[in-house]
Design a protein around this ligand. Structure first.
Ligand SMILES: [Zn+2]
Length: 154
């Protein structure tokens, strides 16, 4: 192998590594898949579910909506979370939160279990029961710092 082709292969490997480490819509989908399999395996996927990064929202970290015509659910995650400095658990927490809504019949084709999506702390309770307390704690720690930052930048 010539040293020139060696350099080319190294460059290729570096690019591959960079692509794998980037937070893309595909990366989000792999997180959703993993979280669904690990924590929501009892919740059948009864319609198409899409996930993607949306605008760079500071306060609305995630959302889920149902397109009633084609019966597809769309999860949107703030683009702020593309920043590798934000712990992965924080993003996993956001995806888990939206999946709880899905499981409770909000923006999904499942029967609705509550009158309001956040009634009486049902989301947190559900996450705890499903063993996702770890995500919630990581989120809480991050949110505390994030709030401080936002207040400092005002
Ligand atoms: Zn919510």
């Amino acid at each position: 192998m010539t040293s020139k082709s060696k350099i080319a292969i190294n460059r290729d490997n570096n690019r591959r590594r960079l692509l794998l480490s980037l937070r893309s819509d595909n990366w989000l989908l792999s997180r959703l898949d993993l979280i669904w399999t690990k924590y929501f395996s009892d919740i059948p996927q009864t319609n198409k579910v899409f996930i993607k990064f949306g605008r760079n929202a500071k306060f609305r970290l995630g959302s889920i909506r149902l397109d009633k015509q084609i019966k597809a659910s769309y999860i949107t995650i703030t683009s702020m979370f593309k920043d590798p400095k934000i712990p992965q658990e924080v993003i996993d927490h956001t995806i888990g939160h939206e999946l709880v809504h899905y499981a409770h019949g909000f923006s999904s084709t499942h029967p609705r279990l509550h009158k309001y999506p956040h009634a009486g702390g049902v989301v947190r309770k559900e996450m705890k029961e499903r063993g996702m307390e770890y995500f919630f704690n990581a989120y809480k720690i991050w949110m505390k710092e994030y709030r401080k930052q936002i207040l400092a930048n005002r």
